[in-house]
Design a protein around this ligand. Sequence first.
Ligand code: NAP
Length: 214
Amino acid sequence: MDIVIAGAHGQIAMLLHPILKKHGHNVKGLIRKPEQSGDLQKAGAVPVVADIEKEDDISEAVGSADAVVFAAGAGPGSGKERKWTVDRDGAIKLIDAAKKNRIKRYVMISAMGLDTPRGDEVFQAYQKAKAEADEALRKSGLDYTIIKPGRLTNDPGTGRVKLARSLDGGEIPREDVARVIKAVIEDHRTIGKEFDLLSGENSIESELLRLVEG
Ligand SMILES: NC(=O)c1ccc[n+]([C@@H]2O[C@H](COP(=O)([O-])OP(=O)(O)OC[C@H]3O[C@@H](n4cnc5c(N)ncnc54)[C@H](OP(=O)(O)O)[C@@H]3O)[C@@H](O)[C@H]2O)c1
């Protein structure tokens, strides 16, 4: 498949590119800093420079593809304004670009616990921005899957996860989130599904099977 990733120099995305490449997919990554191009190429993705905050229409940068993945984020150091411009509006611009370019499949990296925003003002803005992006995707008519991981770590992935419509708090290595994204993109039975995601005991395949059959 031809896959376009927004937020392509992010930590999950940089783990995702080689996994997708290894499984025969072509990966294009949107970045806002041209100096990150070399890193993307080394990871197996074709870089395209596009700033999802500054540009109103990113459809030209996205181009044609079979699927898009939203892996961008303003990040923990940003103020609340960028939660709206990146986490919400960036995701919505990717929805608009997918529709314009007739790309049906959209995989969203969302987050757990958005229904009950908690923490300080900035963290609450982040959670509301992510929730509004998810809602826009549900209403978009696209073939979506919304993946809602718990707290992300940089521990090595284990390939063992727990996923369900609703889970209690916990964490998961970014590498395992990347593996789940790859599995979701390849499994059309996950279209229209959304799920919380944590480290667990079972293989990704068996957990996804439980989800799609449940
Ligand atoms: N941290 C957690 O515990 C947690 C839990 C659940 C879900 N999540 C979500 O998981 C997702 C991925 O996490 P991660 O740790 O892999 O993210 P990350 O390392 O913070 O990467 C985010 C990427 O978004 C890019 N970005 C920011 N603004 C942009 C813009 N205007 N135009 C283009 N790209 C832009 C950044 O690029 P630059 O290098 O240019 O800044 C960065 O490469 C995020 O959506 C995050 O909200 C996080």
